[in-house]
Write a protein that binds this ligand. Structure first.
Ligand code: FMN
Length: 134
């Protein structure tokens, strides 16, 4: 599983707008692409333009070739289950931090990959816009 953060312009202190890849080991972020592309992500999500207002959007992806090496076809099932776990943890963490989160399953996979500039093998499963309640 890989999680990406898509950050808007002037949305998070000391962080430039862009797409970042999260590495759990070390709890670090690596830049993937610079610039505010929230509108592109919202358009790729069947034009759910409310998403473009979120300062942070988290994208949970699976690399099926990686997980099926070990678990064969059943790996697909594990990846989908794990996406749910990650999403639930994001909801819980947001609640603990006084943030709101939404969940989006309606999007064009290839358009999201293109909008984020992430690896083509990292298939987006869930998108979670995060922010303070308006
Ligand atoms: C996996 C998943 C994907 C979802 N995708 C979307 C989405 O793309 N757009 C949206 O507006 N709501 C989406 N929802 C939210 C559902 O529409 C919402 O949970 C449902 O309407 C029930 O909401 P309620 O209990 O607040 O009435 C998604 C929910 C889940 C669990």
């Amino acid at each position: 599983m890989d999680v990406y953060g898509d950050i808007g312009n002037k949305c998070i202190e000391k962080m430039n707008a862009g797409v970042y890849h999260y590495t759990p080991a070390g709890h670090t972020l690596s830049p993937v692409r610079q610039g505010d592309n929230r509108k592109d992500v919202a358009e790729a999500s069947l034009w759910q333009m409310w998403m473009a207002h979120a300062p942070l959007t988290l994208v949970i992806t699976a690399e099926y070739s990686r997980i099926t090496v070990k678990y064969r076809q059943r790996g697909i099932r594990y990846a989908i289950i794990e996406a749910g776990h990650i999403g639930q943890n994001i909801f819980l963490q947001c609640q603990a931090m006084g943030l709101e989160a939404g969940i989006v399953g309606a999007f064009e996979d290839q358009e999201i990959i293109r909008a984020l500039g992430i690896k083509k093998t990292h298939e987006p499963l869930l998108i979670m816009p995060v922010g303070y309640a308006g």
